[in-house]
Every structure is written in C-alpha cells, then in structure tokens.
Write a protein that binds this ligand. Structure first.
Ligand SMILES: O=C(O)CCC(=O)C(=O)O
Length: 305
C-alpha cells in the first residue's frame, strides 16, 4: 500500500461554482465586529474570489513538491497522520502574493481595528489520503511570544467540509484563561501532554466534555473564511476515509501586539532565534521575523509602479 505521502496528489484546480461577494470588506460590519469581540470567531461566507483560491492551491502544490519546505507530521506513522508546514510565505511566492494582494489582510485589519498590519505566520494543515486525526484542542497564543488583542487568524479550506470536519472553536474562550499548549512532538503519545509543563494551567479536556463547552463550527465551502482570535480554544475535526481538508491559516496582527516572554522550558513557535535579545516584554512586536503587510512597504510598492 502506498504511504500517505505518496498518496498525496495535487488536485484538479477545479474552480468553485459559487460567485464570490463583490466587495469583501463590506461583509465586516458592526455586528460582525461585535460577534468577533464576543465569541472570538466569525465565519464569513463566500468572501474569497476563486482567483485567490487558485493562487492558494498553486501555493499548496509548490509546498508539496518543494523539498526545501519542512513537513511536520502530526501522528507520524499512524493512520491519522497529517502534515503541517509553517512560514510558507518565506519560500512560496504564491503564498506571499496571497498575503499581500488578496483582501485577507484588509479583512483582518477591519476586524481588529488596525491600519498597520504585520504577519505573525502562515501555516498549512493538510489532511489528505483518508482518516486524518483530530487536531488537538489548544490555544495558539501560549505558543507565541506575544501579548495584546489586535490579532486574528484567517482559516481557509480549499475543500468543502461538513461541520464535523471543520475547525471547531469554544465561543468566548479568548476572554478566559490562557492554558498550557499541547506538545506537538508528543501527540502520538497523548494529545493533552503539556508543552511547557509550567507557567500555565493545564488544558481542559474539551473533547471528552464537549457538552460543557459552547462549541462553534460551520459547514464550509471553498471561498468561506473563518476569522478567529488565536486565544480562542480550538481543535480540528478529523477527516473521513474519502474526505480531505487542505487548509491554510494566516495570522496577522496590529498595533497593540507586544513581545512577551514564555516559560523557558520550550522555545516559542515558530522558532525566532535572536528575538529575545532584541526585544523586552512590553516592546511592540517589530522584527524582520514579522514582515509588515499594511501599509505595503515602499520598496515592495515600487515593484509594481
Ligand atoms: O486546521 C487545523 O487543523 C488546525 C488549525 C489551527 O490550529 C489554527 O488555525 O490555529
């Protein structure tokens, strides 16, 4: 039987059949901003033009074909194995174009109320080949050297999904405690093992107590985008024997995000050697690790003038 990696094939670059909204920024109205503040997550239907999905799919193909991109395997060697790749922006031109040219950054800017925007990271989660496992419940910010509120992740799936296969969120949990993360290297052993083992309370067992949490998820079609605050507890549904979920999450922040320290037992994610030597907690998070996206820097604007 071919390995999961061998079974991964580029899809047919089919265009979604729905026509997208003409003026995406208009979808972010006062009610959407209010819901985002309250729940920490909103889903906007049909917000991305098929051209942007095509660009994303081409970027994904390059990632899968590009041996220089590091593939992190969750549940490595097990039936539920899936791939994660991070910082595709730095080596994949299509992802770079998507982040600068598509409305994603401006949508996040309007949602978080910041005209200045920087990229924290982008990350593919690729569940293909059948029966990929759940992404463990977690918050992102315990893994990140950040504090502040003006930040959001745009989660975009190239595949239609049932609400069971979608990413799921505990509504309003970004207002509560920050918990220790799970340990990505040990998900095979136990997806609730702590990342730092100090400094944060242990994660609640959301999956085994689902009825105790206000869990939001959506049926997703290509072109829909979920915007979430990275401190919201979230976990990814598994895929079935015949389904796939090829998703990217693009994390962008605004003015009030500062550098913050984390327990020293583990590095923050993704690795940023040198960052702690140039910033002290409370400094605005400014570093070449986090490129400015809006306003577009003058040297980049000059490329198309
Ligand atoms: O897509 C997934 O399974 C996980 C995504 C995620 O954790 C995120 O967007 O922060």
């Amino acid at each position: 039987m071919p390995s999961k990696k061998e079974r991964i094939r580029a899809s047919n670059l089919k265009k979604p059949s729905r026509s997208p909204v003409g003026a995406p920024l208009e979808a972010i109205n006062d009610q959407v901003i209010k819901n985002f503040k309250k729940d920490g997550v909103v889903m906007l239907e049909n917000i991305l033009h098929p051209e942007w999905l095509l660009l994303l799919e081409l970027g994904l193909q390059r990632v899968l074909n590009n041996s220089s991109q590091e593939m992190h395997l969750f549940f490595k060697g097990q039936e539920g194995e899936f791939i994660e790749t991070i910082r595709n922006f730095e080596i994949i031109p299509e992802i770079r174009r998507l982040i600068y040219d598509s409305p994603i950054a401006d949508l996040i800017g309007k949602l978080i109320g910041s005209e200045n925007l920087w990229l924290y990271s982008d990350e593919f989660f690729i569940k293909q080949g059948g029966n990929s496992a759940r992404t463990p419940w977690h918050q992102d910010t315990p893994f990140w050297p950040t504090s502040g509120t003006q930040i959001a992740s745009a989660w975009i799936s190239l595949d239609p999904l049932t609400s069971n296969e979608c990413l799921e969120y505990v509504a309003g949990s970004h207002h509560g405690l920050l918990y220790d993360g799970f340990n990505p290297a040990k998900v095979n052993e136990d997806p609730t093992l702590p990342h730092y083992g100090e400094g944060f309370p242990p994660l609640p067992d959301v999956e085994n107590n689902r009825e105790a949490f206000d869990i939001l998820s959506w049926e997703i079609n290509p072109g829909d985008v979920i915007f979430a605050h990275p401190s919201v507890l979230h976990g990814g549904g598994p895929t079935g024997p015949t389904s796939q979920r090829r998703a990217i999450t693009i994390r962008i922040y605004g003015d009030d995000i500062c550098y913050d320290s984390r327990p020293e037992t583990k590095p923050t994610v993704p690795l940023t050697p040198g960052l702690s030597l140039s910033l002290t907690p409370g400094d605005p998070l400014r570093s070449p690790w986090y490129p400015r996206i809006r306003p577009i820097p003058a040297h980049l604007q000059a490329e198309w003038i």
